[in-house]
Design a binder for this molecule. Structure first.
Ligand code: DC
Length: 222
């Protein structure tokens, strides 16, 4: 199987770029952040503080997650309910970041990710794909952009969806999530030693997709 790992901070464009690329080369796109978001959503709904490991861990056995793919789109199911939309709120983003720092949560989601990769040619995006989940991926990309550029993009997305947030709030959330994701002890966000760095701060989305597409062609011949 061929595996492409795309890691990087929140809002760097990983999912949009990976989705476009997967459609171009006929791979399955797996958004692993959706798994952490679903665990976060479950804990919020259960009234559990997502940052409280002692409260979160015993509840994990009640979390039933499945990923399905239809027409190239990933859907995430929580106990059979399609929560693909419900996990996209700023509140769930913060909850996802909090639960993702808990080693037992990462262990809980590990086999699902590995099984998907074992059975498919995948482009998988997340924080630890090149370092932990797919250390043997044939191509690893670390996609990044300045916090301001990322906040601006996320703000535009949220505005489009009619979410009432300010740019400053979005920037603050991004900085807080960066800090949490990079400084946690369990699988912190960092480039794999053999990852190719792509900085998209000054790129349009089309330019970013084209740069990654070129890497795929150069390295994998696809
Ligand atoms: O990519 P995203 O914004 O949907 O991810 C949500 C959170 O989940 C993010 O703050 C960090 C965490 N995450 C992770 O720790 N490891 C991954 N492979 C994917 C996401």
């Amino acid at each position: 199987m061929i595996h492409i790992a795309i890691d990087g901070p929140a809002g760097a464009g990983k999912s949009t770029i990976a989705r476009a690329l997967a459609a171009q080369i006929g791979f399955i796109y797996v958004d692993t952040g959706a798994l952490y978001r679903t665990v976060g959503l479950f804990m919020l709904r259960a009234g559990v503080d997502p940052a409280d490991a002692e409260a979160v861990v015993p509840r994990l056995n009640g979390v039933q997650i499945a990923l399905t793919f239809s027409e190239g789109e990933q859907h995430v199911l929580l106990s059979g309910e399609d929560v693909s939309e419900a996990i996209r709120t700023p509140e769930v983003s913060m909850a996802a970041s909090a639960v993702s720092a808990i080693p037992a949560v990462r262990a809980f989601l590990l086999s699902l990710q590995k099984e998907l990769a074992a059975a498919n040619n995948v482009i998988m995006d997340g924080r630890d794909i090149g370092t932990v989940i797919l250390p043997d991926a044939q191509l690893k990309i670390f996609l990044t952009a300045s916090p301001q550029a990322r906040a601006q993009r996320r703000f535009a997305q949220l505005q489009e969806k009619g979410e009432a947030v300010s740019y400053d709030e979005v920037l603050r959330d991004i900085q807080k999530r960066d800090e949490q994701d990079m400084t946690r002890a369990a699988a912190p966000l960092k480039p794999a030693p053999d990852a190719r760095l792509v900085d998209t701060s000054d790129c349009t989305l089309e330019e970013s997709i084209a740069r990654v597409r070129e890497l795929v062609r150069d390295v994998l011949g696809y």
